[in-house]
Design a protein around this ligand. Structure first.
Ligand SMILES: Nc1ncnc2c1ncn2[C@@H]1O[C@H](COP(=O)(O)OP(=O)(O)O)[C@@H](O)[C@H]1O
Ligand SMILES: [Mg+2]
Length: 411
């Protein structure tokens, strides 16, 4: 199998410059000779606008050639689903409702990603394993949708394991009775086949996104409200096991030297300069250890590859400068270490205090909640035969201590 390409996902609040930053990064990489695909998971279809090209949904998933080493793709929902999503979604909603055992399920029912978003994930996976690209830059939808989308593979796979016949968690013979007991509508054969394929596809997507070659770049503007959202996003992404390897602070206004008596416009600019400087400081202090990229507010919208390349040339890349963009830059978001007493599972969970974290153990699964977000960590066999002895949040890590459960270890 071909090595995984580097995958960079750009997300952030609406209008901050996700599409622009993603496209500028892709153009610059391509002009460095890196075989690059830039694709969008945002139904807003603005990638084509930024590149000044009609990426007209061809329905075939074919990427459009933009220039040497650069292709772009706007995903259309049709290719992967042919309308099957409606059927499956209706079934899932019934199933999840009937499963009512889990309090977060209700939330998921109302927040299933749309067909187009899921199609984008599947497309990403296909492109990643095509072996065609060294770098795939993904222009994502605004934060909330992106988080829902990134959590989806793991969550869906978890539910499917419980309703699909013949998969782990529910043995074939036990399934109809167990399903009936839970009031789950039994899926028809057609749906079983679709769900089974999805289960495998979603695990593959999850594997790709959580691997060390993939990371998220958060785009923000130097304004308190936007920065606050970026901070929350960072925690949520870490909870799901996704690494953030840069924060882009976009739309930084120029700060020319101003004199007394320069007039109202100059005063206005001066006051924004001061606020933006505070904002940039806040970003640097909030994202300890994460490279911060500073991006100027240009005189006009950077539209088209030439303008995007020019914007990229004006970025202050900070500690990213000179780094090979195709090489992963972050440490594993989750680590398991041996200790005297057993094992420690450490999860990067920045900006979180212990009281925001909920921890629930269910057989070989840990349910972690931070605020509104939930993550299911499926424990490797060695940890599933342990009990949780302790959990603590310290210096940006949640560390869960496991000790072997004597009853579950051969003597
Ligand atoms: N650094 C910048 N300088 C000038 N205009 C910018 C800059 N970044 C983004 N824009 C403009 O701001 C608008 C929103 O940017 P966009 O990248 O589409 O945001 P998002 O994808 O986050 O919604 C677009 O019109 C874009 O051209
Ligand atoms: Mg956009």
């Amino acid at each position: 199998m071909a090595a995984l390409p580097r995958v960079l996902l750009f997300t952030g609040k609406g209008g901050v410059g996700k599409t622009t930053s993603a496209a500028a990064t892709a153009v610059a990489a391509a002009r460095d000779g890196i075989e690059t695909l830039v694709m969008s998971t945002d139904a807003a279809h603005s990638l084509g606008d930024a590149l000044d090209r009609d990426l007209g949904a061809t329905g075939t998933g074919a990427a459009h050639r933009i220039e040497d080493h650069l292709h772009a793709l706007q995903v259309s929902g049709n290719r992967h689903f042919d309308g099957s999503w409606d059927v499956v979604q209706a079934y899932l909603v019934d199933t999840l409702a009937a499963l009512g055992v889990d309090p977060v399920v209700a939330e998921e029912m109302t927040s299933l990603p749309g067909a187009e978003e899921i199609a984008a994930l599947l497309e990403l996976r296909e492109q990643a394993r095509s072996g065609r690209w060294e770098l795939i830059v993904v222009d994502c939808a605004p934060t909330a949708e992106t988080l829902r989308l990134l959590a989806f593979p793991e969550n869906l796979a978890w539910h499917l394991r419980r309703v699909l016949p013949g998969t782990a968690g529910m043995r074939r013979a036990a399934r109809p009775a167990a399903a009936a007991a839970l009031g789950i509508p039994l899926p028809g054969r057609e749906i079983v086949e679709i769900l089974r394929r999805w289960h495998d596809d979603m695990l593959a997507v999850r594997h790709l996104l959580a691997s060390a070659t993939s990371s998220v770049r958060l785009v923000t503007t130097p304004e308190s409200v936007v920065i606050a959202e970026s901070r929350r996003t960072w925690t949520s992404l870490s909870l799901y096991g996704y690494a953030v390897d840069a924060v882009y602070v976009n739309k930084i206004l120029p700060a020319p030297a101003l004199k007394e008596g320069d007039g109202a416009a100059a005063q206005w600019l001066r006051s924004w300069n001061a606020a933006q400087t505070r904002g940039i400081d806040e970003v640097v202090q909030s994202f300890v250890g994460v490279p911060v990229v500073r991006s100027p507010y240009l005189e006009r919208e950077p539209i088209g590859p030439a303008a995007l390349a020019e914007l990229h040339g004006q970025l202050d890349l900070g500690t990213l400068a000179g780094r090979d963009i195709t090489k992963p830059a972050t440490a594993e978001p989750m680590q398991v270490r041996r200790t005297d007493a057993g094992f420690d599972l450490a999860l990067r969970l920045p900006l979180t205090s212990a009281k925001e974290v909920g921890l629930q153990r269910r057989a070989d699964e840990l349910l972690l909640t931070v605020g509104d977000h939930r993550r299911i960590v499926t424990l490797p066999s060695v940890l599933s035969r342990c009990t949780v002895a302790d959990a603590r949040v310290r210096s940006g890590h949640l560390t869960i201590a496991f000790v072997p459960d004597p009853a579950q270890w051969p003597r």
